[in-house]
Ligand binder design. Sequence first.
Ligand SMILES: CC(=O)N[C@H]1[C@@H](OP(=O)(O)O)O[C@H](CO)[C@@H](O)[C@@H]1O
Ligand SMILES: [Mg+2]
Length: 560
Amino acid sequence: MADPGGEQRAALLVAASLFPVPDGAHFSYGTAGFRAEGSTMAPAVCRAGIVAALRSVKLGGAAVGMVITASHNPVDDNGVKIVDADGGMMSRAWEPFSDALANAPTPDALLQLVLQFAKDEGITLGEGHSAQVLLARDTRPTGEYLLDVATKGINAIVGSVALDMGILTTPQLHWMVRNKNRGLKSSEVDYFTQITESFRHLLELTPDGKGSDKLMEKLIVDGANGIGGLKLEEIKAKLASLDIVVRNSGKEGEGILNERCGADFVQKEKVHPAGFGPNDVGVRCASFDGDADRLVYFRIASPSSTMIDLVDGDKILSLFVLFIREQLDIVNGKDSEDNKVLPTRFGVVQTAYANGASTEFLKNLGLEVVFTSTGVKYLHKKALEYDIGIYFEANGHGTVLFSDEFVPRLESLTSKFSSKAAGSTRHEAALRLLATSQLINQAVGDALSGMLLVEAILQHKGWSLQNWSDLYTDLPSKQLKVKVKDRTCIITTDAERKVFQPSGLQELIDREVGNYSQGRCFVRPSGTEDVVRVYAEASTVEAADSLAKSVAQLVERILG
Ligand SMILES: CC(=O)N[C@H]1[C@@H](OP(=O)(O)O)O[C@H](CO)[C@@H](O)[C@@H]1O
Ligand SMILES: [Mg+2]
């Protein structure tokens, strides 16, 4: 293999020896990158820095991103995720190399892995190339240290530049990488300007007589004591049409990151977050997760209970679908199927965790609903196949993607309308679609921009949270975690809805499911925790609980 030169070899050996992998440690690039207790993350983070820099070299010096975060996980955890040049998750083809590198036992083993991989990928190391990696972190206490570690990893590839973008939400960094590589404005100020301006624009397009005063009433946002709350506080003043109160805002002394708060807690426990109580009964509330890439809504139903009415990712998706479909129908008017001014392939992507009632609702609208494995990297890729592709995980992570081919078509139609039919309902509908494509993050799910789109649509429809929630009734569901010896023994198929191995387990699950009306249940190994997840749905809460419990027992019995 081509010799990258002594300087490059030495740099890799030094970086590897700075952060050796302790005996017994094993890192795995899971559903959302490497994650573990923050104080143990340095070897994985340093090596992820090497991977990110190599990725940038491979892509001709395009900007690549790295976010130091463990999202909704406890404050002592931390993690690292690589953002590809298009603003999405790192290409899955690079995950095996990332795993191998993170676990390389010695500096020399690491050097050999890099040399071999560079050769296989046709990457020339040493001189004459450039690479840039944009870095961000969330508010975790180990973040600053790990960001420094990541920088050391990046610098171990000669010619690379690490750019610290500061403390950001995960979707902000994804957005920056995407915009930078498209030659668009990509600073944080630009991000805020884009989302606040397109939100304002959408509100201006609210039909007359809609957007009742009741809707102007306050929106309380649970910031999970993380970065999303802090950023929302920064832009609140620019969202004057909304009366936003931020709780668990991430400000010093307010509470601990993700502890009894945040979108993950609210969605899984179905109780209100810390800092909320009887005084908030009936108020429209939203909850972000710790790095603000997930969003759910809820309402406290009664002063005597902590229970909430949850409006989860599936319902956010349903709301977005209705709005977009309505605008498309207006734009296309009464044109026949093959004579539409804006023919649009509109696709909806869900995972097995989507509530069965949501899937039925979407299918009844005549939409194409497809399923992928859990994790944004799968959903996003699938959604890119459509003119407008929309995906959400039930836990609130999702976005709406407008394809590179579709946006120019929409733009030129909008200008055509503005010269021939300015102010017409079709013109306005086209403008709404355009504003939506600018508001909703095109790189990844984004709680901040997602929330603004929800708010604009509620105003557009003149809907309360109740109207929205009434779209359909969720089937009762239950999630359990089972600790087993080796979760990788479970191999799934059919977008994780069926167990392929160990053989016989699926038949046993099917038999259990058969005992319940509207029963549905699946198991899969988590990609972020050392557990097997069990999900069950049935016609009553008790039945869903009982089905989940029986299947969890089956898993325990078979996998121990
Ligand atoms: C059931 C569930 O919520 N799973 C989550 C969780 O993945 P697991 O592979 O299930 O651990 O974390 C992922 C990353 O945040 C998220 O994409 C996914 O939806
Ligand atoms: Mg997150």
